[in-house]
Design a protein around this ligand. Structure first.
Ligand SMILES: Nc1ncnc2c1ncn2[C@@H]1O[C@H](COP(=O)(O)OP(=O)(O)OP(=O)(O)O)[C@@H](O)[C@H]1O
Length: 454
């Protein structure tokens, strides 16, 4: 816990009790006030996370008016402060009223100092978690609507989307499965002048070759057996809007020629038709494949590649987005909790650590599914590591000890590298290995030595 998070303001006019409380909380950074004015002044200058406040304060030490006014003033000035109210013996009504005024908890006189310590400790923890949450939320606000991420790579991708969307340029979204290619394609559409037009998506890998041509270009009545009526293809259906050609790398070579013609002339010819129909559509393409490798293998036309990749945006795998995993996990938790009507507030620290350490091969989609099912299964108010079922969601991969060890080893080295900067002696120290062993490990996991390594 950092310095400011340990700061406790005690508002108490009884000098004897002040001394006793200061002694009980000597491991905290305690500031002491005897009345409302002093409390508010210390609140401004010290910004305590937690306030322990007597309800009977001067000039109404025997009553509660001044105490309630102090609670209201504190929360008006610093609404996130956790106030613990000290009430008279058996004064249940005022304890309940304090909570109604926004106090966090209460404790009755005579004070049981062990219980009070527990309440205060818990208040600090809750304050810390809420502060973390607020920070994560403000970070995520820096990206596009509905796209969560604070890592530099995601911010850069979002900036590129903002820049390119208003133009008509064909955008190629590259990234492993589940990295958010479709989400980004929708963002490109939303930020373009075509936002009121349709957004039509077609997955080129999911449709058998003979049907794909008809799906894309449409057909005339009687063009083939079963063509009972004239049908528009997806390109035409996306007129004045945007068309997402998902998994463009799986487009059959024969169809690539026809698609290229569309890119060049911006007209479509339905199967069995003679008419060339002009279509004004913005095309966005996506693939998890390496198109350069497909070009070298003769499976993707180079001239088509240049047409589809006027602007390329790479969406890195989740494991390479520093800081995004926790942010996304919390986002999906909030969404799932409200969708399923579950009162779940977050993850246990152990679960969060496990989430950050997990390789997430299925990327954001896998994380979303894992959190969603954990929300459904959770029994308490926080999701624990056992509710995340890492083994089950990884399709059994996690049972392969060799692989589990390799993943953990690589992540530990990456962490040590980022903590120690370019100092390889320190990296070796952190990992508890010799420098020659560290060099072997860097080679084994294909990790780059820092450019300024010692
Ligand atoms: N940065 C993000 N913020 C919030 N949700 C995200 C983010 N990235 C992905 N998602 C969510 O993760 C899921 C998968 O994303 P999406 O379908 O866009 O991935 P994809 O790369 O197109 O996957 P595939 O290649 O398998 O089709 C979706 O539910 C999407 O809303």
């Amino acid at each position: 816990m950092s310095e400011w998070q340990r700061r406790l303001l005690i508002v108490e006019d009884d000098v004897g009790l002040q001394r006793q409380l200061r002694w009980s909380f000597e491991d905290y950074d305690v500031v002491m006030a005897g009345d409302r004015a002093a409390a508010l002044s210390l609140l401004r200058s010290h910004e305590p996370a937690v306030v322990l406040q007597d309800l009977g304060l001067p000039p109404d030490a025997a009553g509660t008016t001044e105490g309630f006014a102090t609670i209201t003033d504190i929360l008006q000035q610093a609404p996130h402060t956790k106030i613990i109210v000290v009430t008279g013996n058996g004064d249940r009504d005022n304890a309940v009223k304090s909570i109604g005024c926004g106090a966090y908890d209460f404790c009755s006189k005579p004070l049981d100092l062990d219980v009070l310590r527990l309440i205060v400790d818990r208040a600090f923890r809750v304050y810390e978690l809420e502060a973390e949450n607020r920070q994560l939320k403000s970070q995520s606000a820096a990206t596009l609507d509905g796209i969560i991420g604070s890592s530099e790579v995601m911010r850069a991708a979002c900036r590129l989307v903002e820049k390119v969307s208003p133009s008509n340029a064909t955008v190629l979204l590259l990234g492993e499965t589940g990295t958010g290619k479709e989400l980004f394609a929708r963002a490109v559409h939303r930020l373009s002048k075509r936002r009121d037009g349709p957004f039509v998506a077609i997955n080129c890998a999911a449709i058998p070759e003979p049907l794909l041509e008809a799906e894309l270009f449409g057909y005339e009545k009687g063009a083939y057996t079963g063509a009972h009526k004239q049908t528009k293809g997806k390109i035409e259906l996306a007129a004045d809007g945007s068309l997402l050609l998902d998994e463009i790398g799986d487009m059959p070579v024969a169809l690539q020629a026809k698609l290229l013609r569309f890119f060049q002339q911006r007209v479509v010819e339905r199967i069995g038709g003679r008419e060339l129909i002009p279509v004004d559509v913005r095309v966005i393409c996506a693939t998890h494949q390496d198109l350069h490798a497909l070009i070298r293998a003769g499976r993707f036309r180079e001239d088509l590649f240049y047409r589809v990749s006027e602007v390329s945006i790479l969406l890195p795998p989740l494991r390479d987005r520093v800081g995004d995993v926790a942010l996304l996990a919390r986002y999906f938790l909030e969404q799932a909790a409200s969708r399923h009507g579950r009162n779940i507030h977050g993850f246990t620290p152990k679960a969060l650590k496990a989430i950050e350490a997990y390789p997430w091969r299925g990327n954001v989609r896998e994380l979303e599914n894992a959190v969603n099912s954990a929300v459904i299964m959770a029994e308490g108010k926080q999701i624990g590591v056992e509710e995340l079922h890492f083994g089950a969601i990884s399709g059994g991969d996690a049972l392969n000890l060799h692989e589990v060890r390799a993943v953990a080893e690589k992540r530990a080295i990456e962490r040590a590298l980022s903590q120690a900067g370019g100092n390889l002696t320190r990296v070796a120290d952190l990992l508890g290995v010799s420098r020659p062993t560290l060099y072997d490990l860097l080679d084994k996991y294909d990790l780059k030595k820092p450019a300024h390594a010692d």
